[in-house]
Design a protein around this ligand. Structure first.
Ligand code: PEP
Length: 246
């Protein structure tokens, strides 16, 4: 049985005050799913300390592939673990498209995260152009293969995968529940038997209004939520709709 995970990616938003308000709005959240929030780096200690004992986990939005040393501006996986993070996003499409992260680097980040004891959430997904030209499965397959080759099957299956079609991120366009299920099933098939335990999240304009339909799909084990996670009321509603299937 896979316990769903609802993960809120706050991206580069917030201030100490705004985050206090947002966290206030999440207190006493009611769901059988696991919940995690991913604030900007500088607010991680504030969020970890406020959420301590709440049952909500904390993750970082990025991590260095290096362990320590002369890498100005980078943050190591050990440091994230040290301050109380449980999860880390790797290969988010904004990191890939805006900051030039390649599959190989994403794979290194995945390995570095697991080596430190963090749970990486590996993001994969196709652009609209790739979908339109029938390349969706090849693109996702290659993104996954790069990490499989570097980390090995068992390690990948111990992480979390987030299928995030790039055309659905921050656009208000969501994949239909059927489109999401089709890709999630393919990803699970690529992982084979060990992938039966792997949580595969859907991400891309998830809101309270479309969450239930997505969560009802057999291979959708929760969501990676961007914009809607900045509204505590909306995020609470999404979390409520994720349930543990028998
Ligand atoms: C994301 O950033 O991972 C995301 C899915 O964003 P949004 O929900 O805003 O589309």
């Amino acid at each position: 049985m896979r316990r769903p995970l609802v993960a809120g990616n706050w991206k580069m938003n917030g201030s100490r005050e705004a985050i206090d308000l947002l966290l206030d709005g999440l207190s006493g959240i009611s769901t059988t799913a696991e919940v995690a929030v991913f604030p900007p780096y500088v607010y991680l200690p504030q969020v970890v300390s406020t959420l301590c004992g709440s049952g909500i986990d904390v993750g970082a939005q990025n991590v260095s592939e290096y362990q320590a040393g002369a890498y100005t501006g980078e943050v190591a996986a050990d440091m994230l673990l040290d301050i109380g993070c449980r999860y880390v996003l790797v290969g988010h499409s904004e990191r890939r498209s805006l900051f030039g992260e390649k599959d190989r680097q994403v794979a290194e980040k995945f390995v570095a995260s697991q080596r430190s004891g963090l749970i990486p959430v590996l993001c994969v997904g196709e652009t609209l152009e790739q979908r339109a030209s029938g390349k969706t499965l090849a693109v996702i397959g290659a993104q996954l293969d790069a990490v499989l080759e570097r980390a090995g099957l068992e390690s990948v299956c111990n992480g979390v995968i987030a299928y995030e079609p790039v055309w659905a991120i921050g656009t208000g366009k969501t994949a239909t529940a059927e489109q999401a299920q089709e890709i999630h099933r393919e990803i699970r098939q690529q992982l084979g038997e060990p992938g039966m335990k792997t949580r595969i999240l859907y991400g891309g304009s998830v809101k309270a209004a479309n969450a239930a339909e997505l969560f009802a799909q057999q291979d959708v084990d929760g969501a990676l939520v961007g914009g809607a996670s900045l509204d505590s009321g909306e995020f609470r509603e999404i979390c409520k709709k994720a349930y543990v299937a028998n």
